[in-house]
Write a protein that binds this ligand. Structure first.
Ligand code: SAM
Length: 217
């Protein structure tokens, strides 16, 4: 399946969305992801798989984490490197160039939606993680998800949205015996003043898959 993020024009414009129309979403997503990151036992190193322009990788580095980004799109990586900050490398989510349990946390933020084989990517994310996996995913059962799906834009036609329940099942399947706890909440509610809630209908699902460190998969 072609990767829409291989388009240098899209890559060049991507970061501007967070500073413009996506500003509010950015604040709420980081707020929720930050809360979930705090639920892992003792995080120092994070690998963001599908880091794109490094928007969240830089944010994690700013939080004091040793963060690294990986992406398959050279135009997105070029933007990430131009913007500076953490280390970035080229790679595929379904075959990560790292040893088992080599990072405290692996993160996939708005990336599972664009992968041909999300389960395989999650199995890889679990393999290289010691403490767990942090997910940020657009919710199929939300006003936002519906709006994107009905927009008819090529980017969103190529995306696969998830529902919270479905994402929990996928994460549990990928992590198997290593799952300790799965925590999730949603944000981007169409009501002013609402931050994040443990309810199924918010536009963006944040999920922490906390793993047993001592158990083998
Ligand atoms: C919507 S962007 C998300 C970027 C960043 N995480 C963010 O939220 O701003 C999805 C990213 O996933 C990357 N991607 C798609 N397939 C991939 C794969 N098989 N391996 C690694 N990255 C992939 C794309 O190139 C793109 O940069």
């Amino acid at each position: 399946m072609p990767n829409p993020f291989d388009d240098p024009v899209l890559a060049g414009r991507y970061e501007a969305w967070y500073a413009g129309g996506g500003r509010h979403a950015d604040v709420l997503e980081k707020e929720l992801l930050g809360k979930l990151l705090d639920r892992f036992p003792d995080v120092h190193t994070v690998l963001e798989v599908g880091c794109g322009t490094g928007h969240f990788t830089r944010w994690m580095a700013e939080r004091g984490l040793d963060a690294m980004g990986l992406d398959i799109s050279e135009p997105m990586l070029k933007e990430a490197r131009r913007l500076g900050g953490p280390r970035y490398l080229s790679g595929n989510a379904v075959s990560l160039p790292f040893a088992d349990r080599s990072h405290d946390v692996t993160a996939l933020i708005t990336t599972l939606e664009f992968l041909a084989d999300p389960l395989r990517a999650l199995v890889e994310a679990v393999r290289v993680a010691r403490q767990g996996v942090l997910l940020g995913v657009l919710n199929r059962w939300s006003v936002l998800g519906l709006r994107y799906r009905l927009s008819g834009k090529a980017l969103w036609r190529s995306a696969r949205f998830f529902a919270p329940r479905e994402l929990v099942d996928l994460a549990r399947c990928a992590a198997d015996r290593r799952v300790k706890t799965v925590l999730w909440r949603t944000t981007l509610w169409p009501f002013p003043g609402v931050r994040d809630l443990p309810l199924h209908c918010g536009g963006f699902i944040g999920m922490a898959v906390i793993l047993h460190e001592e158990i083998s998969a």
